[in-house]
Write a protein that binds this ligand. Structure first.
Ligand code: DLL
Length: 446
């Protein structure tokens, strides 16, 4: 029977995986202790020597690394090799302050390519397939990350990047790709554009989708699968850890993302107490890199909320699986004391038949309280059937109430809703901007 995985380690026993992890953890701690002054100081100040790492649980003795540490060591201060061994640099823009910069040696690029090749295979791609890569190329890790993995697997890779949607559609029709990669919000945009052009997105050559780089819901998966007639899986990663390829769902189960345990040691912690949470419980994902040469990280706090399980998957992989990322801690909305993630609001909105799956969450201040306004867009034709403006007002009123009711029921919060006409909310060409935070602006005007 044809193998459905790329590397035997994906189906190895837990003991084998843990043996590899321990050796690599010990090597990594030694490497950063010897090569990165920042880590040497941190470890020394906590009285830890590389020899103290005797079991995987000893990872808890190590200090956490956070984004601020990367910024303070901008640009290359955390690199563990001299610059003449670095062959690639990526950076993420970051909303505030300096970008975070990461580097890769030749071996790092080789490992990363293999990890992404594993991902594409888990998603249903095979050697010889045509793969349309709509992740942005450039400093963002999405484009080049998927590109090298796709070539490694042996796919005919189309480096289209993001944007220029009509050209993307022409190439999908002409080159007949089997696999498409991109952010879920951008691929949705492509599908809608096809419909606008009078094409049926369900009738292309596409069979598999590899979507990630932003939170998305099960409801969005259902929408994308149905519109495009594909199987869609979730891919996760972050530049500080390597980029895409840290974890991916398999197309067989579409239930939990397989983490590349042999390259990353995952922990889930309570972001307040920093203590580990029980397996299966939600918390902040923390990763320690196990093989990286140029930019190793110890216990990097991702800010992403998810849970993990170590149950073997129906696809046969034995790797640790993480749940979908619910959202970033920073993006969590606290609406009158109740915590809500944008992905939970998305889940509600996608149940409303009258809406397209584009939305924005506007945050403002009303007195001293945060005010949350959900901006949604109705489908083409919503207003056409209504003969008078009074009926239009009524229809909008009823729709608002319906949306508020679903959100109240499922997320337990009251929100304001603004209805927009078709094709008026901005469309994404990469990572969608869901939250528009105007709280500070308004406060400074007052
Ligand atoms: O987004 C890497 C990537 C590229 C992943 C392509 C998947 C596909 P950064 O730009 O550094 O790297 O952003 C990382 O994006 O900490 C999460 O908050 C979020 N993120 C990434 N993948 C997912 C996902 C890339 N599947 C940050 N679900 C991470 C939810 C995701 N959030």
């Amino acid at each position: 029977m044809e193998k459905n995985y790329y590397n035997d380690i994906e189906v190895a026993s837990r003991e084998e995986i843990e043996q590899v992890q321990l050796i690599r953890l010990q090597e990594t701690v030694r490497r950063v202790y010897e090569k990165v002054p920042f880590y040497k100081e941190k470890l020394t100040s906590q009285n830890i020597k590389p020899d103290d790492i005797k079991s995987l649980n000893d990872v808890r003795k190590l200090p956490f690394t956070v984004k601020k540490d990367l910024r303070q060591n901008y640009p290359f201060g955390l690199f563990a090799v001299p610059l003449n061994e670095v062959v690639r640099i990526h950076a993420s823009s970051g909303t505030s302050g300096k970008p975070t910069v990461v580097g890769y040696t030749k071996n790092d690029i080789e490992n990363w390519s293999e990890l992404v090749a594993r991902c594409i295979m888990a998603a249903g791609g095979r050697k010889g397939d045509v793969l349309h890569n709509a992740y942005g190329y450039g400093l963002f890790t999405g484009g080049l990350g998927l590109h090298y993995g796709s070539e490694k697997l042996g796919c005919a890779t189309i480096p289209i990047s993001g944007g220029n949607t009509e050209r993307q559609i022409a190439l999908i029709q002409d080159f007949k790709p089997k696999v498409i990669c991109g952010t879920p919000s951008y691929v949705l945009n492509i599908a809608e554009k096809m419909e606008e052009m009078g094409l049926n997105p369900n009738e292309t050559s596409l069979q598999y989708g590899i979507f990630g780089a932003e939170p998305w819901s099960e409801e969005m998966r259902a929408t994308l699968q149905q519109k495009l007639g594909i199987k869609a899986v979730d891919i996760y990663g972050l530049s500080e850890v390597i980029g895409p390829g840290v974890a991916i769902e398999c197309y067989e189960a579409q239930n939990g993302l397989h983490i590349a345990d042999d390259h990353f040691l995952v922990e889930v912690i309570d972001p307040k107490t920093l203590e580990p949470v029980e397996e299966g419980k939600e918390g902040e994902l923390v990763f320690t890199s196990l093989t990286k040469e140029a930019f190793p990280v110890l216990r990097y706090r991702t800010g992403d909320i998810a849970s993990i399980t170590r149950e073997t998957c129906i696809c046969g992989r034995t790797t640790t699986r993480m749940s979908r990322v619910k959202g970033r801690i920073d993006d969590m909305l606290i609406i009158r004391g109740v915590n809500v993630f944008p992905s939970e609001i998305e889940r509600c909105l996608l149940q409303v038949n009258e809406l397209v799956p584009h939305y924005q969450i506007h945050l403002t201040k009303k007195g001293s309280l945060d005010n949350v306004e959900i901006h949604v867009e109705v489908k083409q034709g919503f207003f056409n059937t209504l003969p008078t403006s009074t009926l239009e007002d009524q229809a909008v009123y009823i729709l608002k109430k319906k949306i508020q009711h679903i959100i109240k029921n499922e997320c337990l919060v009251n929100v304001d809703v603004r209805i927009h006409p078709p094709r008026t909310l901005p469309r994404s060409e990469g990572k969608a901007i869901r939250i528009i935070d105007r709280r500070k602006e308004v406060a400074s005007v007052k």
